[in-house]
Structures are given as C-alpha cells and as structure tokens.
Design a protein around this ligand. Structure first.
Ligand code: ASP
Length: 327
C-alpha cells in the first residue's frame, strides 16, 4: 500500500504581499479538510473536492465565493475534475454557486464524462433544490451575493496594488491514493473583468487539468489565453509519456525527473508570449508531488501519509526570489 499524497495550490500570481499572506493559514485548512475526507474513507475525488472547497469558501482565493467578476460585474466560475481512469466533468461559467467543485464532483459520480457551459436551465435547476442541497453547493439567490467585499475592495478600490492582467489566482489540487491512482481538480473565477462569455483554459481537459494513471495528474494556474496558445501542459504530458515508455518506473527511480520537466516547460512557456505567467502542480505516476511557476509567488500545500501517520506536511508561499513564508 502506498501513502496517500495531496498537493494544493492557491493560485500563481503577482499579488501584493499583504494580500498574498492572507492565503497562508487557509492552505492548512484546505489540507486538513482533504485529509479528514481521506481518513473518513473518501475517494481521491472526494479528497480533492474537500480541499478545493475550503479555498472556494474563502474570499482570499479567486474561486467560488472569492471569484473575480466579469466585465458585467457578474461572477462566472469554471471548475473541473479528472481521475486517472480518464473520466472527467468540466463546467464553464457556473453562476450563483459558491462551491462549483461540489457540483463537478457529484456529476462525476455518474461516471459519464461531460464538458459543458453552465446553461440557464442548469442554473435554474439549483433554485429548486432542497435547503440541504442548496447549502451543499453554496447556492446564493442573487449574482451580487457571490461578489465578496474583499474582492470588491481588491479590484475596485485598490487598483494600484496589482495589475488586472497579472491577478490570476485559480486554485487546484492533485492527489494519489493508496493504490497509486491519480486525481486532479481545479476551480476559478478567471481573470477580472473578462469579456462576458469568455471561455478560459481552466476547465479544459488537457489544459487546465489532466489525470492519467499511466502518466500523471496535473493542474495549472495562470494567464489562460497564454496557456491556451502556448500549450505547456500538452508538451509536459508528451514528455511524461516518452519517459514512461522508456521506463515505467522512471518517476520512482528519479524523484527529480518530473520537477525538471515542468521547470523546463514553464521556463520555455515564459519566453513565448507576453502575459505568460503561470504555475502547475502535479503528481507523476509512482512519484511525489511537485510544482513549478514563473510568477512572483505561489501558495503551496503538501501532505503525504497513511491513515496512521503523516510523513510530510507543509504549507507555504514560495517566491521567485527563493524566499518562502511558512505557516
Ligand atoms: N487560467 C485561469 C483562466 O484564464 C485564470 C487563473 O489561473 O487564475 O481562466
């Protein structure tokens, strides 16, 4: 039996220090929630959903309740999940729900892969759910109920603090369970002031996230238009497949291999296009969680262990200049 592994990130970006540091304690809450679900017998999908839900519930993260509004001041959210059996659910432009990852996780229980925009009918169907389910999905009555006071202050009163173009902060989580099966999840509000109807990369399979038990689990954050155009995840998946074809145990034997691949690909991505910042977390088949980023900073949490014992437990903000802030 392998140890359970969970890695989360709170969005790579350029956020000013006081705003960035607010995320730090929430990373631990997110890891704790994911771990509780694991201890209670939840699947990898459940663990990923629990960890992400904590960040969706917190207005300091650009997902769920902290999601950035579009040009019409409406919070439209993207979320997706994929497991290593190559089953996925992805929704774009979800409205009036604080916890899109819960919807995604519950749709995934149907074992039918689906990628869809959030239709008016879907939105209205949640208006008729019972009180318990409304709470479960974080249903709100009006669009403006999703726009948190913190986000309003950050985006509309402190424009000088960070640039709209670099303020991305998608959240994500990857896990590997005791059998080595892989899972990835993502949730985002997308860029502030995005064009109404804009489709980002986050909920696109192979771009914002990917999972394949023979290869790896991964999820990204960053400037969606650049991630779409430069396709770093595609190159990473291709390189992982090449390595695994040469040696199925490559990531077990060389614990730094995955990190080298993502560092190289994100460095190249960073040179390809203007507005090209981003980050990635991943777990390779048989290997350990790792990450790369080319923005000012990224909040990271990692927990590894069994039901009896935690082997690794870290939550910190990592910065490009090498300085880390630990909890
Ligand atoms: N990639 C996301 C998007 O463009 C934004 C982010 O990572 O924050 O929708």
């Amino acid at each position: 039996m392998k140890p359970f592994q969970l890695i989360i990130h709170g969005g790579a970006g350029q956020l000013a220090e006081p705003y960035l540091m607010k995320k730090l304690p929430v990373l631990k809450e997110s890891l704790d929630a994911g771990w509780k679900t694991y201890l209670e017998g939840g699947t990898g999908e459940d663990v990923v959903a629990s960890a992400i839900q904590v960040m969706e519930d917190c207005e300091y993260f650009n997902a769920g309740y902290g999601g950035y509004p579009n040009a019409n001041k409406i919070v439209l959210l993207d979320a997706a999940m994929m497991n290593g059996d190559r089953e996925y659910v992805a929704f774009m432009n979800i409205r009036r729900l604080k916890y899109p990852i819960r919807v995604v996780r519950d749709f995934l229980k149907n074992e039918k892969s689906l990628s869809s925009v959030w239709t008016h009918e879907l939105m209205e169907s949640f208006d008729f759910k019972n009180a318990e389910l409304k709470k479960w999905y974080g249903w709100v009555e009006r669009h403006q109920d999703l726009l948190s006071p913190y986000v309003e202050e950050l985006l509309f009163k402190n424009q000088g603090e960070f640039s709209v173009d670099t303020g991305f902060r998608t959240v994500g989580a990857c896990a590997s369970d005791e059998s080595g099966a892989l899972f990835a999840g993502i949730s985002t509000g997308g860029p502030n002031h995005k064009v109404n109807g804009r489709i980002g990369d986050a909920a696109m399979i192979g771009l914002g996230l990917y999972a394949d038990n023979d290869l790896c689990a991964m999820t990204t954050t960053g400037y969606g238009e650049a991630l779409l155009a430069c396709f770093p995840t595609g190159f990473i998946i291709g390189r992982v497949r090449d390595e695994v074809r040469k040696d199925p145990d490559c990531f077990l034997k060389d614990s730094a291999l995955m990190k080298r691949i993502i560092d190289e690909e994100f460095q190249e991505f960073g040179q390809k296009k203007i507005k090209r910042g981003g980050g990635i977390i991943c777990i390779p088949k048989g290997g350990e969680p790792t990450y790369a980023f080319n923005t000012k900073a990224i909040p990271i949490g990692i927990r590894i262990g069994t039901k009896d014992k935690i082997i690794k437990n870290e939550a910190y903000i990592d910065r490009r200049d090498g300085e880390k802030s630990w909890l």
